[in-house]
Ligand binder design. Structure first.
Ligand code: SF4
Length: 371
């Protein structure tokens, strides 16, 4: 939504999101902290263990389904406006985690939103979508146990959106999202259809459903939970649960990557050389001189290089802890050395990912019924 909570915090799925303090979101929005649940989660993933996933709504319902081996679903997706990047990688890993832990997985290609929000024609978004699906498969999503679809071609989602149109007024949409053209409100209703699709008759009816998203997507969750309640009598919808991950910093140190600035992020289709250059040029929390850094230590809390390790590129939690406390704050490593180590890890990952992705392109075309 476009509401500003206080001077530096803003949550807007169709615009800029900036979070000054994640803790404040608990009181302001009724998001629950994730940490107290951690000890109960079977085999929590790195994002859960490291506090990258910091909040949830109604995750207890999902936890109970996981523990009791009951039916549940995971639903998320991607807006096909470009190649996979660090933000979409996060969501894909979360969807894959729940799929590997018993969830029926749904992944939507939000091409209607790409059209309405980013003015990307359907022919163009189709090209991105094929690559995005190949990325998802390369990251371990099992299409045999999941359903991947495009919003523009999924009649059941559009039918739900038509239905939901009767459940909201223009004033509600403005209150949640701010003033926009009608198409964006329509795409929000379609997203509500995406989120509740796993609970329709064709997919064996109502079931707990978790939607792992970045905090910027919370307005869609609040709208959908409200619609699930309004249409509960006929459809028996269970309000969707959600998990919220923090937003990874941009390479220039700003709070969120921006497509408008290609140096602020990298995609997995770029060459390792280009990615290495972007990492070398990235902002850090380092000191002006090597001597000062060795003596006083640096600041990982403002450093995008630290975020890259934390979110994606250190497999072991001990390595993250050591970087934070000993190497960075303790002044045992200089930023140039740290960047070089990261470049080596990212290069290995990207080369392997690109190899797998290439192998999945035909499968992705088949799934999306593309030429
Ligand atoms: S040592 Fe590493 S984590 Fe610390 S500020 Fe420098 S680049 Fe960032």
């Amino acid at each position: 939504m476009s509401k500003e909570l206080h001077s530096k915090t803003k949550i807007d799925p169709f615009g800029t999101t900036a979070i000054e303090d994640y803790e404040k979101l608990y009181e302001e929005f009724g998001i629950q902290p994730f940490k107290p649940l951690l000890s109960e989660i079977p085999d929590p993933n790195a994002a859960m263990r490291r506090g990258v996933i910091f909040g949830h709504r109604d995750f207890g319902r999902i936890l109970s389904a996981m523990k009791n081996h009951e039916e549940y679903a995971v639903m998320s997706g991607i807006k096909p406006t470009g190649e996979f990047h660090l933000g979409t990688l996060q969501t894909a890993r979360e969807v894959t985690y729940f799929q590997q832990h018993g969830a029926k997985a749904f992944y939507c290609i939000a091409d209607v939103e790409a059209y309405e929000d980013n003015h990307i024609q359907f022919e163009r978004s189709q090209k991105y979508a094929i690559g995005n699906v190949a990325d998802l498969l390369a990251l371990g999503f099992d299409p045999k146990k999941g359903f991947i679809y495009k919003q523009s071609k999924e009649e059941r989602v559009k039918d739900l959106a038509i239905l939901f149109g009767r459940g909201v007024t223009l004033a509600t949409m403005k209150a949640i999202y701010g003033e926009h053209h009608m198409g964006l409100y329509l795409s929000a209703l379609i997203q509500a259809g995406d989120i509740l699709l796993p609970q329709t008759k064709d997919f064996s009816g109502p079931k707990p459903t978790v939607v792992p998203v970045g905090i910027d997507q919370d307005p869609h969750l609040r709208l959908t939970r409200d619609l699930a309640f309004k249409f509960r009598r006929k459809y028996k919808f269970i309000p969707p649960s959600s998990t919220y991950h923090k937003l990874i910093k941009a390479l220039d140190g700003s709070p969120k990557m921006s497509k408008r600035d290609p140096m602020s992020y990298f995609t997995f289709e770029e060459s390792p050389e280009v990615i290495a250059k972007k990492i070398r040029n990235a902002f850090t929390g380092g000191r002006p001189t090597a001597e000062e850094q060795r003596r006083l230590g640096a600041n990982p809390d403002i450093c995008p290089i630290y975020d890259l390790y934390l979110f994606h590129f250190f497999e072991k939690d001990e390595d993250v802890t050591r970087l934070y406390h000993e190497e960075c704050k303790g002044g045992c490593i200089l930023c140039g050395e740290d960047k070089q180590r990261l470049i080596e890890i990212v290069t290995t990952f990207v080369k392997e990912h690109q190899r797998k992705r290439h192998q999945y392109m035909d499968k992705a075309r088949e799934i999306l019924k593309a030429e």
